[in-house]
Design a protein around this ligand. Structure first.
Ligand code: SF4
Length: 554
């Protein structure tokens, strides 16, 4: 915690106060270097030999030599605990050895300050436990080099300041601001959670350039299992899906960001344990896509400060209403953009009225009023949407135009696809909210209702036209779903398994599609944008950004 504080106070707070963690190459290599000491149970530091024992031994240093790994020790004076990778002692003289990945850095001290401070703190704690300790050793695994670090006055002062600073930061309970344009952020494993440049931009102090410090698209992808009667088990490091009369399919746990199970599919205890161990969330859906439950690996997010703030703000404050206004406005603007872009001859009056409704959201005095404005805009929007079904999708236009937007159950094919895609979107918003540390059930635009993921619904609003409606138009207009991909039931219409597969595939393509972020100027996938919006909302609630800004395209 103290060495992270010296590297960056925000990193220390995120990791140790908020319980955030993410791996990058450096942290994985660091774990590899520490694999031996990390495996060994922490041992208490042995008491140093007293002077009498030493002289009775005739001062034989050999007899009193000691080497111990993974030594846990503490100091009440400093209020600090340390785990020493390797302790070498001769008589009362002790030397802590800290293992480091990489080679010796080519800088004057041959070691970076965070590492020197970490080692010095171990030395000070050893002193408080009766040893004398004048220096420590950093062992660089790549170059197999020992670098001696002397605990001089200036390093001791820096270490004591760092201990005090870390304690004050943790007790203050406030996330420190990000570093400005710092090269440290490029190697920081938490850059995707911290979002240093984005946070500065949201706060109104934009950096020279907003760097995209994480890949444009996540490496792992969601896994869908919708074959009725299927079983998901575990085989080695993979999920193993078996379906009667079909060849089995395996997906490496490493490649799965989430597992979505539709309808009658079994999940074995071993598979459940594996996804929990790997922190892979599982969403359970009805066969029509409705989200019915979530299994959250890793026992949930530890950022309780954010949830406390979310509950304090949601529903009852002007701040809550302002967030809701921005979400509703963003949705209407994106609906309008979709009509304007996709219609051969868009109705100018309708577009002007939608623009007016978007502006009206800014003056709404209550969420009910906001919902009324949003409802008026939605009626206009869905009245024009059938005209965008053309080419291979023209067959579905008439039935949709007759019934308008309807659900539970959908009465026509277009509504069936819209409902299914919206369910996938709400699932992804639910997962993004949980990853950031929110309670997905407490929203700002959507009032709390038993079992309703109100915050996930809030976050989904601006993406309904951008993702949900865009995917729906595409699957019809490109002929990816046709009439035989639907089943008609007494009360409504639902996608068949082949229809669902086609829609899931189109949805994933859209979520992986990249877009230039209008504020940051870098290219990023829609899936990342959903997470960015959830992190922006966190920044708003924690006082790092003034306003929520919906993601809108032109
Ligand atoms: S990304 Fe930069 S500012 Fe953020 S925690 Fe890491 S080092 Fe600190």
């Amino acid at each position: 915690m103290v060495n992270e504080f010296v590297y960056c106070p925000r990193l220390s707070f995120l990791e140790w106060v908020q319980g955030e963690w993410d791996d990058n190459l450096d942290t994985i290599e660091g774990r590899w270097v520490h694999r031996r000491v990390d495996k060994e149970p922490a041992t208490d530091v042995p008491a140093p030999p007293d002077d009498e024992a030493s002289s009775a031994d005739g001062g034989d240093a050999e007899a009193l030599a000691l080497t111990a790994r993974s030594v846990l020790l503490s100091s009440d004076r400093l209020g600090a605990i340390a785990r020493i990778d390797l302790l070498e002692a001769e008589g009362r003289e002790a030397t802590p050895v800290e293992y480091k990945r990489g080679a010796v850095p080519d800088i004057p001290n041959r070691a970076w300050d965070p590492e020197r401070v970490q080692l010095c703190l171990q030395g000070l704690i050893l002193r408080d436990n009766g040893y004398s300790c004048a220096a420590g050793v950093l062992y660089f695994a790549e170059s197999k080099t020992r670098v001696k670090v002397a605990f001089d006055e200036s390093l001791i002062e820096m270490t004591q300041d760092a201990v005090q600073g870390t304690r004050a930061m943790a007790e203050g309970g406030r996330l420190p601001p990000p570093l400005r344009d710092s090269p440290k952020c490029v190697r920081c494993s938490l850059s995707g959670i911290c979002l240093p440049d984005e946070t500065r931009a949201w706060s109104g102090e934009p950096p020279d350039e907003v760097r995209r410090l994480v890949p444009a698209r996540p490496d792992a992808l969601p896994v869908y299992v919708q074959a009725q009667g299927g079983t998901i088990g575990k085989r080695g490091d993979a999920l193993h899906v078996t379906v009667p009369d079909e060849p089995p399919v395996s997906v490496r746990l490493l490649d799965a960001s989430a597992l979505s199970v539709f309808g009658n599919v079994q999940l074995t205890t071993q598979a459940m344990r594996a996804v929990c161990d790997e922190g892979i969330p599982v969403t359970f859906h009805s066969s029509t896509g409705w989200l019915v439950g979530v299994l959250n690996g890793g026992l949930g997010h530890k950022n309780v400060l954010l949830r406390v703030r979310q509950h304090a703000v949601a529903g009852a404050t002007e701040a809550s209403l302002e967030i809701a206004r921005r979400m509703a406005e963003g949705k209407i603007l994106n609906q309008r953009t979709l009509l304007r872009r996709n219609h051969a001859a868009p109705d100018r009056r309708l577009l002007a009225t939608m623009a007016m409704h978007a502006r009206q959201t800014r003056g709404a005095r209550a969420v009910d009023q906001l919902m009324g404005i949003e409802g008026m805009a939605a009626r206009l929007y869905f009245s024009a949407l059938p005209q965008l079904l053309k080419g291979a999708g023209a067959w579905a236009s008439q039935r949709f135009a007759e019934g308008g937007r309807n659900r539970r159950p959908p009465k026509d094919e277009v509504n069936a696809v819209l409902s299914f895609v919206y369910a996938l979107l709400v699932r992804d918003c639910n997962l993004a909210a949980a990853v950031v540390g929110f309670d997905p059930y407490v929203g700002f635009l959507h009032a709390p209702h038993y079992g309703r993921p109100s915050l996930a619904l809030d976050l989904a609003e601006e993406f309904r036209p951008l993702v949900g409606d865009s995917v729906t138009l595409n699957v019809f207009n490109q002929g990816e779903v046709v009439e035989k991909d639907f089943v008609r039931r007494a009360r409504g219409v639902a996608l068949s398994p082949t229809g669902r597969r086609a829609v899931i595939s189109a949805y994933e393509r859209r979520m992986n599609q990249t877009v230039t972020h209008p504020m940051f100027g870098y290219v990023v996938s829609y899936r990342r944008v959903v997470e960015l919006q959830a992190r922006l909302l966190r920044a708003v609630l924690m006082g790092e950004a003034e306003h929520y800004r919906a993601f809108t395209t032109r």
